[in-house]
Design a protein around this ligand. Sequence first.
Ligand SMILES: *Cc1c(COP(=O)(O)O)cnc(C)c1O
Length: 360
Amino acid sequence: MSLGDQWRQVRPPVLGVHLDSAACSRQSLETIRAVAQHAEHEAQIGGYVAQEAATPVLDAGRAAVRQLTGMPEAQVQFTTGAADALRTLLQGWPADAGRTIACLPGEFGPNLMLMHHFGFTPVWLPVDGDGRADLEGIEVFLRREKIDLVHVTALGSHRGTVQPAAEMVAMARAAGIPVVVDSAQALGHIDCTHGADAMYAPSRKWLAGPRGVGVLAINPSLAHLIPQWAGHVEAHVAGWVGLSVAVGRHLAAGPEQVQGALAERGRSARKILGELKDWRVVEAVDEPSAITTIEPVGDIDVVAVRAGLIEEHAIVTTAAETMRAPFVMTKPVLRISPHVDGTDEELELLAKALAPLRRA
Ligand SMILES: *Cc1c(COP(=O)(O)O)cnc(C)c1O
């Protein structure tokens, strides 16, 4: 059985067409039941006792994250999501340390707002015309400028361009600068063995875990940023259990197989949607990710299109507005992000639903 068929078989049947894994993937029945079972256990033996009883599952989840990220030494902490992890890291930055943070110009808007909130000044790493890291330029830049922290978003929310994150991390380390990777769109999607000092991701995107939880993996080099009490605040422990199950299943499915299947889905989407007259596919056809974005050529309201696709066709996509990457996006794009169970037929349905807009 193909990976896509296996993936579909262990999930509730989809109603309509789901092309929105970059926002929130469909959870497996096993994950959904693990969350419900933990909640039931809490009611039976008490929430804190149930949490203790779940220790082996949670430890297995943390171990799976270490394995998936190639960070055997990392302390893995559950969070409420990616923004929560970044907040924890920036909040813990020593008061007397410098706060110049180097990012790619396509940095995620909400991350930039957090950086500003904690007094960091972003400076832009050099990129090529597609917004991809210019490695030679970056090597020179990191040697020349005084940078206190490098923040790499390995794969953006606004575009399916895969950044050479491992190479960027190696350059930051060679320059003696701590480096953090936002793997929100990367974990469970592309290779995430970046070798960074810390990485974080939510559960609900490509790992297909529950909403409202995530992980922060932090190596001993930056562990001092994490306050002692972290991990002892009130949390959705049932969600941690679900995330642990989901990441375990991802490892069992084979991260490389999933990566290959997702890249193949992205290629199909770009080929099929590349036929549309009133939209331009932003990524190169062979970009190895399952995120495709299309930009209207003329005057099309992307937010209205996204709503119309749901209402009239039950096709779920994302309207990605410019705040997602305020320094590179000039207009909103429609984001299409199938998981491994996606089919060409579904993409054809989307193309057909978009085509009549030509006459509008
Ligand atoms: C979704 C996303 C985030 C934010 O994740 P939350 O869990 O909603 O905080 C951060 N960075 C990128 C690149 C994202 O796509």
